[in-house]
Design a protein around this ligand. Sequence first.
Ligand code: SME
Length: 167
Amino acid sequence: MAFDLDISKDISKEERYKLLLPQIKALIKDEKNFLANISNITSALKYSFENFLWTGFYFTDDKNPAELVLGPFQGRVACTRIKYGQGVCGTSAANKETIIVKDVKDFPGHIVCDSLSRSEIVVPVIKKGKVLGVLDIDSNVKCNFDKTDGKYLNLIVENILYIFPDE
Ligand code: SME
């Protein structure tokens, strides 16, 4: 099976997300393995947008529930553990909210993993009220993320929630 989103066309960000969502759903529908699916999702996201520098998941650590641990990602090496309340990821997990950072320099406590990162969006993954982790996307371009990204990345998370283990 090939994943080949046509990104050469001059289409809006919204149209791009609308093309991507059904393809992500198709990508995971016949596979039961969580890691295989979540890994492919990070790649599908990364290679669908030219300005996505780093895409990946941090998961709430089973052994330290107030801590996130690095999951599958596409991009350069990242920090492995982030406490709830720390950085953009930890704040999103602690507050159960999507955070859009227009300029990483303006977010107090932003954790620098890739010095090329200029803006960031983090969407919490919440199932049955429990934060299972976060989807983190960094861009090499300032102000890359807005409400459209928030809307569609939340929609993507909603649509892939069923693959996350309940406990
Ligand atoms: N910048 C993030 C850390 C994770 S990396 O960007 C992959 C943060 O402040 O939480």
